[in-house]
Design a protein around this ligand. Sequence first.
Ligand code: FE2
Ligand code: FE2
Length: 256
Amino acid sequence: MTFDFSGTGRFWNGGDVYRTVFFNSLSIMLPEGERFFIKVARQLLPSLKDDLLIKETRGFIAQEAAHSAQHMLYNNELRKMGYPVDRLEKFIRWQINFALKHLPLKWLAAMAASYEHYTALIGDGVLSNAKWLDGADNGFADLWRWHSVEEVEHKAVTFDLYQSTGGGYLLRSFVMLVVSLNFIINLLIIQFSFLKFDKKLLDLTMWKQSLKFIFADSGMLSKLLIKYLAYYRPGFNPWDDDNKTLIDDWVSKYEE
Ligand SMILES: [Fe+2]
Ligand SMILES: [Fe+2]
C-alpha cells in the first residue's frame, strides 16, 4: 500500500487548521502505539488455544505493522514541514516503554484493548462521517480511510486477546479509565505543540473550527461518547456495534 503525499499542503484537511492538527496528532502516537499492540499480541500468541483467534491475531499483527510503517512515512512529511516530530514521538515512546517494563502482560493486554476501542471509534467516525475529511483529497486522507477500514475490521482482536488472559471486567474498566486519561492528555499536549509551532494558539478561526468539529455538525462527542461508554458495560463485546456494512461499503469503493 502506497500513498502519494506529494504536493500536500500544510493544512491538508480541507484547509481546516483544527481538523488537520487533530489527525496529525493521532498520527504522532501511531507508529510506536501500533508497535506496542504488536508486541503484546506476539507475547500472547503462544498461549492461544482457539484456531480462529490465532489466525485473527496473525492478521492483526500484519495489519498493524503496515499501519505503523505508513504512519512513519506520514510523520516524516510532518517532520519536513518543521514540526517537532522527534520530540513528540520520543515522548510517546517513553510512556510505552515504561508500561512494557513495569506492567504484567494481562494489564498490557487490557491497555491494548482499550486503545483499540479508541482506534475503532475513530475509524468508525472517519468512515461514517464525510465531514471529518471534507475537502481533503490527498494521500493523508486516503491513508486515514484505509487505516480506518482495517481498524474497524480487526476491532475485536485485542479485546479477545485480553479475554484469553483471563482478565475480568474490573481490570478492563479500570485500565480503560487510565488509558482514557492518558490518551486525552497526550492528544492535548501534541495538539498544543502543533498549534504553538504554527502560531495558531490565539487564532479565533482555529478555535471556532475546533468547537465545530467537536460539538457541532460532525457531532463527534455525542456520537462517540455513547459508543465509548459501551465499553464499561459488563457484557460488552466490540461487535455489539455491528458496523461490518460500513467496511463492506468502503472495500467495494476501493475495488472499483
Ligand atoms: Fe492500526
Ligand atoms: Fe488496530
